[in-house]
Design a protein. Structure first.
Length: 420
């Protein structure tokens, strides 16, 4: 079977995802996509007609983020009109899935050169959700699409409420999640100070060439254990909110699946993923195309899998996804040098480490979404690039990247560093 190689990986800095407050919040999402696509072209001397397809990920595909963001971003970047594009939605997992689809096309021998990536401007989400809530008489559709028949089969809850419930089920405490959150901030601060993200980050510029944002805006390097301990939990009130006309709450949905479960809210803004804007892209190619172009591959795609789990406890699929990927690749946990599991909430990564009995020093080595932020559709592509950079920095061989996705899903991908 032909191999699929990663030639390059780029991302924008992550800007605070609040309307009018983050440095990127005034940008059009197509502009962020065009930024990373243009960077891949310029860094690798691409003749854009050689790109067979662009596979993009955006979770909320409405408003300014609608209309096939992958294709429109390529046109805005000045790519040749012959370059097609598609935009997918696997909620948080779309960036990994876009990469897996691209790799699969190449490994099947159907295409030779594909760009995978994603964009999410979370500063746009409040307006989108407000419009949907108004249209739905005050209740957003959520990941279940507002279908009562689906809810009767599979009770959906809210992800933060599920995080708190999972923590109670696993015996993971507020002290545990706060400690994990503090470590994420400290690791990110060390990585930034050491320039570990320097190879991948490309600045976002205005039309006049001035830099809008050249560094990650979200991290809080001054975070302390005392400061985290003082934060009010975020999801207690949400657990008590009615999501159905009959008064059924988000907490009730979890109790339908886990009768008798009692939990306390523990996650807060400091132990949950940051709300940010950002974009990322990966250039993938076959061995033959890379050789013809004189490109030096940086990594090989080893395995790409997907896994579903409970849509009620919607954050638990990364562990079975990782096990499936390892099985497909014929590898053991001890073979993986770099693990990246998205820090949607601290409990996700904490449970992942415990269930797989991992060395903590190999997991999210340079911090994660708690410190750096989670631009939903783009995060998977960001994490693959981060893992690749870390393999090259540390001299490791294999990295496994996974993340929970709404609806109880998780994609996972394993890459192998190509040694010079």
């Amino acid at each position: 079977m032909p191999e699929a190689y990663i030639i390059d990986a780029v991302r924008t800095p992550r800007g605070i995802g609040k309307p009018g407050k983050g440095a990127l919040s005034h940008c059009h999402p197509q502009h962020l996509g065009a930024t990373v696509l243009g960077a891949l072209r310029d860094r690798n001397g691409m003749d854009t007609p050689e790109v067979d397809d662009i596979i993009w990920s955006t979770s909320i595909q409405r408003g300014l983020q609608g209309s096939n963001l992958g294709r429109m971003s390529a046109l805005l970047a000045g790519f040749d009109m012959s370059v097609s594009g598609m935009t997918i939605d696997r909620f948080c997992g779309g960036g990994i899935t876009a990469t897996g689809i691209a790799a699969g096309q190449i490994m099947a021998g159907l295409e030779d050169c594909i760009i995978a990536g994603g964009t999410e401007m979370m500063s746009l989400h409040p307006a989108i959700f407000a419009m949907e809530a108004q249209a739905n008489e005050g209740r957003p559709y959520g990941t279940h699409g507002g279908n009562p028949d689906l809810l009767a089969l599979h009770p959906f809850s809210q992800n933060g409420v599920a995080a708190d419930a999972i923590a109670a089920m696993e015996g993971i405490t507020r002290a545990d999640t706060d400690a994990f959150a503090l470590e994420s901030q400290q690791r990110a601060a060390r990585a930034i100070a050491g320039g570990r993200f320097g190879r991948s980050i490309v600045p976002v510029r205005n039309r006049d060439g001035g830099i809008v944002l050249g560094r990650d805006e979200y991290p809080r390097p001054g975070t302390t254990a005392e400061g985290l301990a003082a934060l009010e939990p975020s999801f207690g009130k949400i657990a008590a909110m009615a999501m159905l006309e009959d008064g059924t709450t988000y907490g009730d949905m979890i109790r339908r699946v886990c009768p008798g479960l009692h939990w306390q809210p523990i996650h807060h803004a400091g132990s949950s993923s940051g709300i940010v804007d950002g974009s990322a892209a990966l250039l993938l190619a076959s061995a033959g195309h890379a050789a013809r172009r004189g490109w030096t591959p940086r990594a090989r795609i080893v395995a790409s899998v997907n896994m579903g789990d409970s849509p009620t406890l919607s954050l638990n699929a990364p562990v079975p996804a990782a096990r499936k990927a390892l099985d497909r690749a014929g590898l053991a946990t001890s073979d993986i040098d770099v693990w990246e599991v998205n820090e949607a909430f601290a409990v996700v990564a904490e449970k992942f480490i415990r269930d797989l009995r991992l060395d903590r020093d190999r997991v999210n080595i340079n911090g994660g979404a708690i410190a750096l932020g989670h631009p939903i559709g783009a995060t998977g592509a960001i994490l693959i690039g981060t893992a690749l950079d870390e393999l090259e920095r540390s001299g490791g061989r294999y990295a496994l990247i996974t993340m929970c996705a709404a609806g109880g899903m998780a994609p996972a991908i394993i890459i192998e560093r190509v040694r010079p």
